[in-house]
Design a protein around this ligand. Structure first.
Ligand code: SAM
Length: 285
């Protein structure tokens, strides 16, 4: 396990993932029932973009850095930027929020978050971030095992009918991770069928994703789509040219919100040849 998210925090892939995550949270919190959110690969929760790791790659400058310089943007991007500003108000001008921080920020007093992180130092840092937030339980454990252990969610007497699961693995062993994630989604849908599931994935060459997308379309969700942002042309297998999120049981009108945000992300973060797509794998009936 060599992956450290501190090198990549705030890059184009984080921007896409975090915009989508907040849009899902906002759609779900429109109804009053309590929510449960499970972040299977949570990272350390909070990053500093002036830290050595982030400065060495400079990835955040081409992600959140570029977005912050653009004039007024569509509602989902404005929402994301407001969340980043809230994080900076609380933790300093160079702070950048990880997914569990954004979940805790977007969810309410009666909602609950479980954040899993396997790497001991990252898990310790995550614990520190949430030491005073009783809504967030930090687990140093395998996120895939947590899906089996924690779903369907029940805390004390509360059974959570609604909620979301974010699966954001490091893809160190690329092909195996796609297999693990799809198997985990299939099992989790049996345990908690009505939840919203979001799986992040990297894109080098899009055509090599076809087997994954075909299998994703067979998952027993009510509906599903993929939202992708390519910041480089799809012409090199050697680098991450973009990334995507597979959304299962997406909230109503999430596609409309993202269809507004994705072209703006291409315009703001993309190089020549950048593009976006939003493809339904299984349309809502
Ligand atoms: N979701 C985070 C965010 O958006 O801020 C970033 C997570 S990063 C891409 C992936 C994290 O998963 C790393 O911190 C890594 O240590 C952790 N990890 C790797 N394998 C894991 C596993 N099997 N279970 C839980 N965490 C794992």
């Amino acid at each position: 396990m060599n992956y450290r998210h501190a090198f990549h925090a705030g890059n184009h892939a984080d921007v896409l993932k975090h915009v989508v995550l907040l849009a899902v949270c906002d759609a779900l919190t429109a109804k009053p029932a309590p929510l449960f959110a499970l972040d299977t690969h949570a990272g350390r929760g909070l990053y500093r973009l002036d830290a050595d790791a982030a400065r060495r790659t400079g990835e955040a400058a081409d992600g959140i850095g570029r977005l912050l310089e653009l004039p007024r943007q569509c509602a989902p991007l404005e929402r994301y930027l407001r969340a980043v500003q809230a994080c900076r108000m609380a933790h300093g001008a160079e702070a950048y929020p990880g997914s569990p921080w954004l979940l805790a920020h977007a969810l309410r007093e009666h909602d609950r978050v479980a954040a899993c992180e396997l790497q001991p130092e990252e898990a310790e840092a995550l614990r520190t971030v949430f030491s005073r937030d009783p809504r967030v339980a930090v687990h140093q454990r395998d996120g895939y095992a947590a899906l089996k252990a924690l779903l369907p969610p029940r805390i004390g007497d509360t059974r959570f009918a609604r909620g979301l699961v974010l699966i954001d693995p490091p893809y160190e062993a690329q092909l195996e991770e796609f297999d693990h994630a799809l198997a985990a989604l299939r099992q989790s849908l049996e345990r908690w069928p009505q939840a919203v599931y979001a799986l992040w994935y990297p894109i080098k060459r899009r055509r090599s994703l076809q087997p994954f997308l075909r299998r994703a379309a067979t998952l027993p969700a009510k509906s599903s789509f993929v939202a992708e942002l390519m910041v480089h042309p799809d012409d090199s297998p050697l680098r991450m040219n973009g990334s995507g999120l597979l959304l299962l049981n997406p909230p109503w009108r999430l596609d409309t919100a993202l269809a507004a945000a994705l072209p703006e992300l291409v315009a703001g973060l993309g190089q020549a040849g950048a593009c976006w797509r939003l493809d339904w794998l299984k349309a809502a009936t």
